[in-house]
Design a protein around this ligand. Structure first.
Ligand SMILES: [Cu+2]
Length: 145
């Protein structure tokens, strides 16, 4: 190993090991819930776990997965955390895992950019900005809690 690489390894910020790619949220109305989506790239040689998300304009934030509820319906339920294996990418997207921003204190309109804080067990606190976009979807989402 050369010296420059060794120094980079010593001084690299732990959060560089986790990269958040293409964050966005779906538009939503005050009092309602909406989804937050992004890709998590884990460049570390250890698994990492996303276990908490903060978004000030939401009264409640949960990490959800989507499942087949039968009769062509999709259900959602809280999973509490997402484990990202070493050297891999995990995608949160509509119809799959997502962050649910619930009890919105304000309308989230198209073009709005929100500050979100993600908490990882290894990488710690990561701040991101997510822009609100409209989503075209034929899926019917239903909460089953
Ligand atoms: Cu959900």
């Amino acid at each position: 190993m050369n010296i420059i690489l060794a120094l980079l390894l010593i001084f690299s910020n732990p959060s560089d090991k986790i990269k958040i790619i293409d964050p966005w949220m779906r538009v939503g109305a005050q009092g309602q819930a909406t989804g937050l989506f992004f890709k998590i790239e884990n460049n570390s040689d250890k698994p990492d776990t996303l276990y908490k998300v903060e978004f000030e304009p939401a009264g409640l934030v949960q990490i959800h997965e989507t499942y087949d509820a039968g009769n062509d319906m999709m259900g959602m339920r809280e999973v509490g955390k997402i484990v990202i294996p070493a050297k891999s990418t995990f995608e949160l997207k509509p119809g799959a895992h997502h962050v649910m921003l619930m009890k919105l204190k304000q309308d989230i309109k198209k073009g709005y950019v929100g500050d979100v804080i993600l908490y990882f067990k290894q990488a710690g606190k990561i701040m991101i900005k997510a822009e609100a976009k409209e989503m075209m979807s034929k899926q019917t989402m239903e909460h089953k809690h």
